[in-house]
Structures are given as C-alpha cells and as structure tokens.
Design a protein around this ligand. Structure first.
Ligand SMILES: Cc1cc2nc3c(=O)[nH]c(=O)nc-3n(C[C@H](O)[C@H](O)[C@H](O)COP(=O)(O)OP(=O)(O)OC[C@H]3O[C@@H](n4cnc5c(N)ncnc54)[C@H](O)[C@@H]3O)c2cc1C
Length: 394
C-alpha cells in the first residue's frame, strides 16, 4: 500500500489533532458505572464530529468529508494508535448512513443523515431475534400497516446500545404468511415510545452493552421503510456489506499496541523469562504480521490461485479476516491472563491494568459470535473459497 506525500500530511494532521484533543482511554469496566463511561464517550464522539472527524468517507453532500480510501485507512490507524476511547455512534455512521446514502429516498437522507453526522441521534441494529441469529431469514417480528403508520410486534435480542439509541433499523415481516427472506421490510423505528421496552442483558464483563428489545404495538411512519416494503432482505444484506470496511487496518494497529503493552508487562513482571510465554508472544506477533499481510492483499487485487475469491468472484476475504482477528484477539486475552498470573483472578482494585486485560479476555468470547459467528464464517469460506457444496438445511 503506497501513501502519497498528501497522505503523509493528512496523517500528521490526524495525529496532531488526536494528540492535542483525545481524552485518556476508557478506564476499565466498573460494574454499575458503564453509563458514566458512555456519557464521556458520547461527548468525545460529538467533539470528533464538530472537528470534522466523523463520516469521513461519506460524500460531502450528505454531511461527510469525501475522504479518499487511503485517508480513511490513515484515520483509523492513527485513531487506534492514539488509544482514544471507543466511539459510540458507529452503527449510524458505518451501517445505516451508508445504507441510506446508497438506497434511501432523498427525504430519508435529508431527515436522518445530518443528525448521524453530528452525533445527535444514535442508532441500533434490530436484526437478531431469539429464533433468528445465524439464520437471520427466520425473522418473526411483524409489522402491519395501519393508516399512515407501521405497527410492530415482536422481539429483538443482543441489540447493542439499544438502551442509548434514539432510533433502530428493524428487519420485520410485513407480508403475512411469507417465508424466509421474502416478505421482509427494513423499517426505521424511533426507540423512545411506549410500544418499546428495552431490557439490558448483563454481560460477562459486568457491562450491559446489549439488550433485549420488545415491540408491543410500536409505531413508525409508513414512509420510514428503506427500499420497497417486502424488499428488506436486500437492504439488510447491503447494510451487512458495509460492516466490514477499512476499519480493519485500524483494528490491527490497536492490536499491535495491545501486544506491545503486553510484552512490556511480561518484561516487568518476569513472565518473559518463561519459555512458553515467550513462544506465545512470538506467535502473537507472527499472527499479527499474517493478518496485516492478508488485509493488505485482500484490499488490493485478487492474488491469483491462492485467493479467497471463489470462482464466481464473490469474496471470502471478510470471513477469513473475521476468523483471523477474532481468534487472534481471543488468544491474546488468554495470554494476558497467563502473563498476569494469579493476579488476573482477583478484583484488582487500584491495579486498573489487570481489569482492562480481564475485559479483553472476557469480551473476546463475544468476538467469535457477533458480526457472524466463527462457524458461519467457516461455512462461507468452505463454499466461496473452496467451492464445497452448500450446507444442507435441516
Ligand atoms: C457483543 C454482541 C453484540 C451484538 N450486537 C447485535 C446488534 O446490535 N444487533 C443485532 O441484530 N445482533 C447483534 N448481535 C447478535 C449476533 O449477530 C448473533 O449473536 C450472531 O449472529 C449469532 O446468532 P445467535 O446468537 O442467535 O446464535 P445461533 O445462530 O443460535 O448459533 C448458536 C451456535 O450454533 C452455531 N451455528 C448456527 N448455525 C450454524 C450452521 N449453519 N453451521 C454451523 N454452526 C452453526 C453458531 O456458530 C453458534 O456457535 C450481537 C452479538 C454479540 C455477541
């Protein structure tokens, strides 16, 4: 990947701004205090927006900044390097916004994009249900038209940030009796209304970042459907394609920073003299190099015979990357626990370092689930990269 002198100048601008403005990284997860940390992250995300550092890749006409692909890569890399707190408006900026830019009506674009760009309205993603996760086409939540509104009934689950979100994009069945991917619609639904109940789910980390969401006669305007009614599957799949973008290289810069920190800890506490720990640290470093090489390769042209692009040209690269990074990060969390030794098993009190690593370890469990589970990614690799027959559905 080649950066031009203009890219280098852009990198300096991003790095300087972050160095001057980024608050300290988010502290460890303290049960009961997750909402405080949310308020701080929201304020920070709004500051990023005010300074023009959100929606970089969106066209300027929609409130974005027309940033080139390279500039977006640079921003994510510098952001990860700076260890600034996690942004909170990611679902609107990276999922719904691009979907509306590509497939929304001009009215929807005018109504919904500016508050996303300004981080004034937060969004959540209402796809998964108790009976529809990996098998998303089993969605059972229904919506029926009533005058000039949709009336929605059903339940979503694992809905990240639903307790903070102002709006949700909901995949719902609008054609009674329809099956699988037919008859679904992609609805934009306001969250703060009597027909919606949000019940937080407590996670291993002690945080409640995701929720159950109950729709009991919830309402939204008839015009708040993206695409045609019944065409929701196509729109939902388009949104998923936006999920795996250039953020991946930034993620890896964050991983590199974490690995560097862990090496330092191992050096300090003597764990680095243990031959097995040394070997695992070396393997982690190699894994990171593999991930970076694969990411750069998959961002460029197909690499020929060894490419994960199948004969039909539909890539398995996002699935390969998902398996690589999620497994790598889980292993890093386990290594961190072993390097900290017995200290990793008790509440660390003031020793925030251990708490933060424990969070990496515990949250790692979720990384092979969200965004498509490990098994589903391997099924995709099997069919798209290896040309194996599709799995039979029972
Ligand atoms: C932290 C986190 C945040 C999330 N945020 C959101 C969100 O904001 N919005 C949203 O809509 N969803 C969200 N999800 C849900 C996520 O998309 C689902 O958990 C995921 O798609 C898996 O679905 P499931 O949990 O129903 O598991 P299931 O689909 O029931 O799978 C259970 C197990 O069976 C395996 N399995 C299932 N089908 C197959 C198959 N065909 N072949 C082989 N193995 C299979 C799976 O890999 C898994 O191990 C989130 C999940 C997590 C963990």
């Amino acid at each position: 990947m080649q950066f031009s002198p203009e890219d280098d100048e852009f990198r300096r601008r991003v790095a300087d701004w972050l160095a001057a403005n980024a608050p300290a990284p988010r502290g460890p997860c303290v049960p009961g205090q997750e909402h405080e940390s949310f308020a701080g992250r929201l304020a920070w995300n709004r500051r990023l927006a005010a300074a023009g550092w959100t929606c970089l890749g969106w066209p300027a006409a929609f409130g974005g900044h027309d940033a080139t692909f390279m500039q977006q890569v640079i921003f994510y890399e510098e952001y990860a390097r700076s260890a600034a707190p996690e942004r909170v408006a990611v679902v609107g900026e990276e999922l719904l916004g691009p979907t509306l830019i590509a497939l929304g009506t001009p009215e929807q674009q005018r109504r919904f994009l500016p508050p996303i760009a300004a981080v004034q309205e937060l969004w959540c993603q209402g796809y998964s249900e108790p009976g529809a996760g990996s098998d998303l086409a089993a969605v059972a939540t229904t919506a029926v038209a009533d005058g000039d509104q949709w009336v929605i009934t059903g339940q979503k689950v694992w809905t990240s940030l639903a307790h903070e979100a102002d709006w949700c994009f909901v995949l719902a069945r609008t054609e009674p009796g329809s099956r699988r991917s037919a008859g679904l619609s992609y609805l934009l639904v306001p969250m703060r209304q009597p027909g919606i109940t949000v019940r937080p789910i407590r996670q291993l980390t002690g945080e409640s970042e995701f929720n159950e969401v109950f729709f009991d006669g919830a309402r939204t305007e008839l015009g708040n459907v993206v695409g045609e009614p019944g065409d929701g599957w196509r729109i939902a799949m388009a949104t998923l394609r936006f999920e795996r973008g250039v953020g991946m290289l930034g993620k890896q810069v964050g991983f590199r920073r974490e690995l560097g920190d862990l090496v330092e800890i191992a050096r300090r506490n003597g764990a680095s003299t243990d031959p097995l720990i040394r070997e695992r640290l070396a393997r982690a470093w190699i894994g990171l190099e593999v991930m970076r090489a694969y990411t750069l390769d998959s961002l460029g042209e197909p690499a020929g015979g060894g490419s994960a692009r199948g004969p039909a040209g539909v890539g398995a690269e996002p699935s390969v990357l998902k398996v690589l990074w999620s497994r790598w990060h889980q292993a890093l969390g386990e290594l961190a626990m072993d390097i900290h030794g017995a200290a990793s098993m008790v509440d660390a009190g003031e020793a925030r370092d251990v708490d933060e690593w424990r969070r990496v370890y515990l949250f790692g469990r979720a990384e092979t689930i969200y965004g498509g589970s490990d098994e589903i990614q391997r099924n995709i690799i099997a069919t798209r990269a290896l040309g194996l027959p599709r799995q039979l559905r029972g």
